[in-house]
Design a binder for this molecule. Structure first.
Ligand SMILES: Cc1ncc(COP(=O)(O)O)c(C=O)c1O
Length: 375
């Protein structure tokens, strides 16, 4: 019998010595590890949607799968029509991808590689830098946060954009992992600054459902804009791997040449179609996640009055603890109690920060109680 794989180290080969073919040294140098988790752990690190109603709705969607959803190739037209109603955007401007992580890789390949490069409003989702490194795409990072700040700055981003040749500019709104929100005015100014300088602007709104924010309506008057939407968090489909990129029909036609349609499974399409029919019930889930977040923040700050929460967040809370040692200490303490969270201390602008994603209300009361133990 084969021993069960208990740690990721079995695939931790770190050089091409064992590969009888030339491989790229710069690729070996990228930090990569497979997703891995101990049994019985409550994962509050990855911002999956953990809510009892969402689980029930996803379960019901899975029960409705048919053999065709497994035996036939994926046909997207019915889902694209449903997404038109959901996003208020024409199907020819919607590109489905196998999660927004792969949308990031696609945008880097299709638009940033070959000379344009990336301008990132940071801190942001780490996959942007990862895929850029994989394709040797140059990256300019613009700090969105001063140490200790509770608001996002766009002035550095705008001055970089003004001086830089046309590039792909990326902002995430609501910000992740910061949890802070760019105002509609800041977004409008950024879109205008991008248009003036000939940049393509990508807005990742992965957590928009939890704050009622969407940038999709802007696309109609901004052919240089792409909006990335993930259904992992919004509809609890992180395991199904399905997301979309919304833009002008011309941009989407160009991106389609990279064939993401062949990587989104018929099963994922069917699940997304089914949960879209439950949009009102999910809207109730998003509201409840906000209520769970408020109660959790209250509980945690009652035990740590010197901390603050970066609002509005998403289905997660980023705490500023004011002490660079606390995030690591707290992460280890919670890990000892089978709860996994994300220390953010190493990220510029988020020194002393810790991110906790949300589960149901009783679980979050338990986590808040555990967090009282660490000073
Ligand atoms: C800001 C942001 N964008 C994109 C993603 C990727 O989501 P997915 O690939 O599940 O759609 C994440 C995941 O945590 C994220 O935090």
């Amino acid at each position: 019998m084969t021993a069960p794989l208990t740690t990721p180290s079995a695939r931790g080969v770190a050089s091409g010595d064992g590969v009888p073919f030339p491989t790229r040294r710069d690729v070996w140098e990228l930090r990569w590890a497979p997703r891995w988790q101990r049994d019985g752990v409550l994962n509050l690190k990855s911002c999956e949607l953990r809510h009892p109603t969402a689980s029930r709705l996803v379960r019901a969607a899975a029960d409705r799968l048919t053999p065709d959803d497994l035996t036939c190739y994926p046909y997207q037209q019915a889902l694209l029509a449903d997404l038109r109603d959901h996003h208020g955007h024409e199907p020819s401007g919607i590109l489905l991808t196998a999660g927004s992580d792969s949308a990031v890789g696609l945008v880097v390949d299709a638009l940033a590689a070959g000379g344009a490069g990336l301008i990132l409003h940071e801190p942001t989702f780490e996959s942007w830098r990862y895929y850029a490194a994989l394709r040797a795409v140059p990256v300019v990072g613009c700090a969105a946060l001063d140490a200790g700040a509770a608001r996002l700055d766009v002035s550095r981003l705008h001055s970089t954009m003004a001086d830089h040749p046309p590039a792909v500019v990326v902002v995430t709104n609501p910000g992740s992992p910061s949890g802070l929100l760019l105002s509609p005015e800041q977004i409008a100014e950024t879109a205008e600054a991008a248009r003036r300088a000939g940049h393509l602007l990508v807005i990742d709104e992965c957590y928009g459902a939890f704050t009622g924010v969407t940038h999709v309506p802007l696309v109609a008057s901004a052919p240089h804009l792409l909006v990335v939407c993930s259904y992992s968090k919004t509809f609890g489909l992180a395991g199904a791997r399905v997301a979309s990129v919304l833009g002008s029909p011309a941009l989407v036609a160009y991106l389609s040449r990279f064939r993401p349609d062949s990587t989104v499974s018929a099963t994922a399409l069917a699940l997304l179609r089914a949960v879209l029919r439950e949009r009102d019930a999910f809207a109730e889930v998003w509201r409840d996640v906000r209520a769970i977040r408020s109660a959790f923040v209250r509980d945690v700050l009652a035990g740590h009055p010197g901390w603050s929460a970066l609002d509005p967040g998403g289905n997660y809370v980023t705490f500023r603890t004011g002490d660079r040692a606390v995030p690591g200490r707290m992460t280890r303490h919670l890990d000892d109690h089978d709860v996994r969270v994300r220390p953010l201390d190493g990220i510029p602008g988020l020194e002393g920060c810790l991110r906790v994603s949300l589960a149901d209300a009783p679980a979050m009361r338990r986590v808040a109680a555990l967090m009282r133990d660490v000073r």
